[in-house]
Design a protein around this ligand. Structure first.
Ligand code: CAA
Length: 253
């Protein structure tokens, strides 16, 4: 596919981790990719990696949970790369704490990024998919949606994204747009590394301990998730919509 006719994808939270691996994979798959993160500067590394591999990408800075910034980001992508027809809502934060110690701010920021952010980005991007009569939306849920000690906020947001996904699938299906969710289990990223540090565990032994509880006997890597995103956004996956796939090395976690 030539640059001028490449479909355009937006990946949020794509400076690092699962988002960065997904942006790289979608570029390999032939998409022009908007690498969106809170700060444009942070997104540049992923853009450079995509360009070094011969792909086309744009760094975009935005707080996805801010309505004006989300709309402006989508408008900029449409103007500079082309109309976005793939959206991967990956941006996320954790503020783990036991319920009785969880602050209002720790609840609100998690809802702001995951739920409000996915809502605002999807509302802004969907118009381009409807116009194109083709689109793919992938939302990042988590095994934490099934409940996880210390994550009342995050589990709620990740379960909420599953309901959001299924509703998008129902509303947008007749316009050629699919919506699916991926629920990763334990993936080695800066987010899980920060969790290990916060609870005072050595990273290597934390990974080994987590891997020991996973049926395929290893921890996940961002590319495991990027591969599943690649499937959901592919042409051939047009009859798969409203689904949640747990990518966790086993049936649960
Ligand atoms: N009222 C009063 N006291 C209570 C209470 C309540 N409602 N509930 C519990 N308590 C008490 C307990 O009895 C316990 O008291 P003792 O110390 O006397 O036993 C105390 O409060 C809680 O102590 P803990 O040491 O168990 O808990 P903590 O506050 O130190 O931290 C934790 C617990 C928040 C779960 C912390 O261990 C943690 O953050 N763990 C990691 C969580 C995690 O797995 N996060 C996933 C990150 S990766 C990710 O999110 C990616 C993904 O998608 C999977």
């Amino acid at each position: 596919m030539s640059e001028s006719t490449a479909r355009v994808a937006i990946v949020t939270g794509a400076a690092r981790g699962i988002g960065a691996a997904t942006a790289l994979r979608l570029a390999q798959d032939g998409f022009a990719v908007a690498v969106l993160d809170l700060k444009e500067d942070d997104a540049r590394g992923t853009v450079e990696a995509i360009e070094a591999a011969g792909g086309r990408a744009l760094a975009v800075g935005a707080d996805v949970g801010d309505a004006e910034q989300a709309q402006a980001a989508v408008d900029r992508v449409a103007a500079e790369l082309g109309p976005p027809v793939v959206l991967v809502n990956n941006a996320g934060v954790t503020r783990d704490n036991m319920l009785f110690k969880m602050s209002d701010a720790d609840w609100d920021i998690v809802m702001h990024v995951h739920l409000r952010g996915s809502f605002l980005m999807t509302r802004a991007a969907q118009k381009h998919m409807i116009d194109a009569k083709w689109g793919r939306i992938v939302n990042l849920s988590s095994t934490s949606a099934l409940g996880n000690r210390g994550q009342a906020n995050y589990a709620t947001a990740k379960a909420g994204l599953q309901g959001f996904t299924k509703t998008l699938a129902i509303e947008l299906g007749k316009f050629g747009v699919t919506a699916n969710a991926i629920a990763p289990g334990f993936i080695q990223t800066e987010m899980t590394k920060a969790t290990a540090e916060r609870i005072g565990e050595d990273w290597e032994s934390y990974v080994q301990k987590r891997a020991a509880a996973i049926p395929v006997a290893r921890a996940g890597v961002p590319e495991d998730i990027a591969h599943t995103v690649s499937f959901f956004v592919s042409e051939g996956a047009g009859f798969v919509s409203g689904q949640v796939v747990y990518v966790a090395g086993g049936p649960k976690n």
